[in-house]
Design a protein around this ligand. Sequence first.
Ligand code: NAD
Ligand code: MG
Length: 358
Amino acid sequence: MTRIALLGATGSIGRQALELIEAHPDLELCAAMSGVRPLDAVAASHPRARCAVGGDPIALLEACEPDVVLNAIVGFAGIRATLWALEHGVTLALANKESLVAGGALAREAQRRRGGLLIPVDSEHSALMQCLDGWHDAQIESLVLTASGGPFRGRSREELAGVTVEEALAHPTWSMGPKITVDSATLANKGLELIEAHWLFDIPYDKVEVVVHPSSIVHGIVRFRDGAALAHVGYPDMRVPISYALTYPERAATPVPALDLAAGVTLSFEAPDVDAFPLLRLAREAGERGRTYPCVFNAANEVAVAAFLDGRVGFLDIAVMVEDTLGHVGDDEAGDLDELVAVDSEARRIAAARLVHA
Ligand code: NAD
Ligand code: MG
């Protein structure tokens, strides 16, 4: 039996994880946590699981002794659970990319010290991990992250000025929580994923390429020095990478059908438009500058996306707020979690002040 602690159990990833846990005889839910939504239905189907709504995830994790922590909390709020798992050598199935973006150095240091597994749930990174298996660094030329391009692919900056929250939430290929759906529309999500790839695979930024691939069939590509490349393909369905992370290295069966090639699968790729979607460029710059710039990028983006979802700022203001905040803070090191939390709070304060003037 693999005991799983599921954080973010009421979300898009959380609900799909529950479906997989319930269908697999060797997976057992030992704990479930949500931010505010009640967990009555989860508690009824899993009477032995500890359930908590809000509060401290660490107390829950300490009490339930999991084999795997599936961190599907949204945002920087997931940082404590990420570090707890890595510091205890407990396998971390990580959907909460924001914690690795903001706290990459602390997370990797804890993982190296304790030797636990860190398995990405993000589909692109799950794909890359699978394509990277068995090769060594010198053989690898670069990694390719694919992006659907979101609902506004092909639009110019001018055409993006008046887009509504409803339009931003209408993602063409993936059904996800509201924050990541807006991040996909601005391409901030691919920027976060670029930084995530840097930390997961220990790879410099100039060796990670982003391409737009509208049908989301190719999830990731690894290029090798001999000119060959391995790609990971399949329907866009998060149950595949969630199941991979929960059952690694078993690769259990899922209800997701195999790709129907005979029905006609067309693959097309194009360069991302970083003028219309500057958050991708800003994320790359923040990653390359290192230190706490990625933490600031993430914090300002969280504040700006929440303001956009509330109708307080427009779509283009998200990137303006992030760029402005990055101009004020970021050039610090965070040697521990308390220092990182202080940087995150300061970045949120500056971004929120920018909101008053937006
Ligand atoms: P969501 O908004 O649907 O769900 C978020 C979950 O986190 C909810 O259960 C909520 O109650 C919980 N939560 C929020 N704040 C919390 C807090 N302070 N403490 C405890 N729980 C809290 O989001 P989602 O789409 O499921 O995404 C979750 C994470 O997975 C994000 O980091 C996202 O980037 C990542 N991710 C999601 C997808 C996807 O398909 N949805 C794909 C790749 C990566
Ligand atoms: Mg992804």
